[in-house]
Write a protein of this length. Structure first.
Length: 209
């Protein structure tokens, strides 16, 4: 798998562009955040064609770019867990009011309900429901590539906030311990913000765990 990371917007959200390999032009996007024109420029420069977007949760700093992507690529499919689905259409739920804007968009095309595999652009990922930061937070795991995209659940030396509406610290810690820390130690963690880490490093050093 080829992984490119773009850091978008004032909240420094990690947006990931995934391809089957270096030669592939079809791609999958994870979390197109605020100020996403840099993402459009990256796609255009590389001649890339996004076929789908997976939103790891519904806060504005992870979803704002879907409007631009849907305008530029009308056939693109937007995916989210059903517990966060209302965040695409409700500015109170997606916290966009905190940025001084009222973000709304069309509902998701695909609801990723429960655990299971998804495949877009030749990239296969296992969906792991990890609520706690939001009710519908998900992580995306590739066993064959030994990588996991951890939403705003797990960061290098930290965990996600739970003081927003729908947050639950107990639920988040349980999800991290049961769904993430049980992955192979060498698994590389690509979080929603900040630098990458590994499962081994977080088990050994994360002060919140």
């Amino acid at each position: 798998m080829k992984i490119d990371c773009l850091v978008l917007g004032d909240f420094q959200t990690n947006c990931y562009v995934l391809r089957r390999d270096m030669a592939a032009k079809d791609c999958l996007i994870i979390d197109p955040g605020l100020q996403a024109r840099a993402l459009l420029d990256f796609l255009a420069t590389g001649g890339l064609e996004p076929v789908a977007v997976i939103l790891t949760h519904g806060h504005i700093d992870h979803i704002a770019g879907i409007s631009l992507l849907r305008q530029r690529y009308p056939g693109i499919q937007v995916c989210i867990h059903p517990a966060d689905a209302d965040m695409l259409t409700e500015p109170t739920a997606n916290l966009s009011l905190l940025t001084g804007e009222m973000f709304t968009d069309r509902p998701a095309d695909i609801l990723l309900d429960g655990d299971g595999d998804v495949e877009f652009a030749g990239v296969r990922l296992k969906v792991l429901h990890t609520p706690g930061h939001t009710p519908g937070g998900i992580c995306l795991y590739s066993p064959q590539d030994a990588v996991v995209f951890t939403d705003d659940a797990l960061f290098a030396d930290s965990i996600g906030r739970t003081d927003f509406p729908g947050g639950d610290t107990r639920q988040l810690l349980q999800a991290i311990r049961q769904r993430l820390l049980t992955l192979p130690a060498e698994t590389v963690v690509y979080p929603g913000h900040g630098s990458e880490t590994t499962i081994a490093a977080e088990k050994a050093h994360n002060p919140f765990l």
